[in-house]
Design a protein around this ligand. Structure first.
Ligand SMILES: *Cc1c(COP(=O)(O)O)cnc(C)c1O
Length: 443
């Protein structure tokens, strides 16, 4: 029994022993998790010989497919050399190279790299560094943070305080520090000017108390792939400079080529160091879905605020696996791909997706078909209660693993699209919609 690997037995054992993330376990009894036996490229295989296209890249982490030979080889090589050593008092080449290469990708504007373990820890690090740097500069009253409506920055207590997604936040609200939440820009609403005005009003009034603004550049992921323009970001940068407030660009989801540039921020075409944010956060894709790692890139100005003979003015923050060498080796292998022209491939793949999904815009239930690089999303009109789960389950029957956010269906696939795959994906989505809404089919 203990080693029964049939689907039903694995589901039972998982429900008994594994407390699944982001899951009401009572519901999981009715919709048990899908046991996955192995992954190969964009495909996941279950124990009954079925395959599923991983359209959400396993929570947005997987860039080049599962069990990628090159990434795996880099990890295996590192495994035989030095799997891990602590990064306080010691250092190692994979971490040094990774920090140098990421810093070079900002043109040196963010030349100091702090290592964390996952996305939420990167957010915690940036919030602490922002507050502490102001404090070290004698401005300890700057200890408030500003985040955007519906923004998502992770689920530890500090990260949740700057997250505005009710379903994750409400139960813990009494525990959270208070943050300012300002309206977010949303291409569907055409409200960028109003969102900028709201931010300006807040900064004008509270800037002496505000340490930083945190946002997800170009695409608010967990909000349901809500998009805005690079111009909004340029204006926020100018405004935060004007009022002496840090800007934290959370690129945990949108970094690593997802939007068409390596950093989403590059869409703003920063012409000088002061047009970059004060912090950029990376995680998720940086190891291509192999190992947990996050990075906080920051400026000379922030770094120098901690520089002192006084230990307590230093940034005394660490995680046991800070700068893990295996994860750094994976990340360096990811950067090798970008050095070898990955962004050109992504541009082609993004246009293949656009072309294949264009006909879906005519579907009576489909609204706001939108795309930013390798993120494609649409909203479903008049979606019934339970739509996300129903769509997820129906899609599995068409070999598609996809998890809508509310009534927003999105694809954030591994960078393994070609014209044929793009058409296959669009057809699988159309068939799934046809299963749920037979009267509106556009075949
Ligand atoms: C996923 C995500 C996080 C949190 O990362 P974890 O690794 O899940 O802690 C933070 N910010 C954004 C924008 C994310 O998408």
């Amino acid at each position: 029994m203990a080693d029964d690997r049939s689907t039903a037995a694995l589901q039972r054992r998982s429900l008994d022993a594994v407390w699944h993330p982001c899951t009401q376990m009572a519901r999981a009894e009715r919709v048990p998790p899908l046991p996955i036996a192995r992954g190969d490229g964009p495909w996941l295989f279950d124990f009954d010989g079925h395959r599923y296209f991983d359209a959400n890249s396993s929570w947005w982490v997987n860039l080049f497919g599962h069990a990628d030979i090159g990434i795996n080889a880099a990890i295996k090589k590192q495994l035989d050399t030095l799997p891990h050593v602590m990064l306080a008092g010691c250092t190692h080449e994979p971490a040094i190279r990774l920090a140098e290469r990421l810093s070079a990708r900002t043109g040196g504007a963010l030349g100091h790299v702090f290592f964390g373990s996952d996305g939420a820890s990167a957010v915690e690090i940036a919030l602490k560094q922002s507050f502490h740097s102001w404090r070290n500069l004698g401005q300890s009253e700057k200890r408030e943070f500003v985040c955007l409506r519906n923004g998502y920055h992770g689920e530890t207590i500090g990260a949740l305080a700057v997250t505005d997604v009710a379903i994750f936040r409400d139960a813990y609200d009494p525990l959270l520090m208070r943050a300012h939440i300002v309206d977010s820009p949303d291409s569907r609403l055409g409200n960028e000017a109003a969102a900028l005005t709201a931010l300006r009003t807040l900064l004008a009034e509270r800037h002496a108390h505000i340490a930083a603004v945190i946002l997800e550049p170009l695409v608010q992921g967990a909000a349901g792939m809500v998009m805005h323009s690079p111009d909004y970001l340029r204006q926020v940068r100018a405004m935060t400079r004007e009022f002496g407030v840090h800007l934290i660009a959370d690129e945990i989801a949108v970094g690593c080529g997802r939007t068409g540039q390596f950093f989403a921020w590059q869409h703003t075409q920063p012409a000088s160091a002061d047009q970059w944010p004060d912090f950029i956060l990376l995680s998720k894709g940086i190891t291509a879905g192999t190992l947990p790692l996050s990075l906080v890139l920051t400026t000379d100005a922030v770094y120098r605020a901690f520089w002192s003979e006084d230990v307590t003015r230093g940034f005394l923050h660490s995680h046991s696996y800070t700068g893990n060498a295996l994860a750094c080796a994976a990340a360096n292998a990811v950067l090798d791909r970008f050095d070898a022209g990955q962004l050109q491939h992504n541009a082609e793949q993004a246009s293949q997706l656009a072309e294949a999904f264009a006909p879906l815009a005519k579907h009576a239930r489909v609204a706001h078909l939108r795309q930013q690089g390798m993120i494609l999303a649409f909203d479903v009109e008049a979606a019934p209660a339970g739509f996300a789960e129903a769509f997820h389950l129906a899609a599995r029957r068409h070999e598609l693993l996809i998890r809508p956010i509310g009534r927003t269906v999105y694809l954030m696939p591994p960078y393994l699209i070609d014209a044929h795959v793009a058409r296959w994906l669009a057809e699988a989505v159309r068939r799934t919609l046809a299963d749920l809404f037979p009267e509106s089919d556009v075949a």
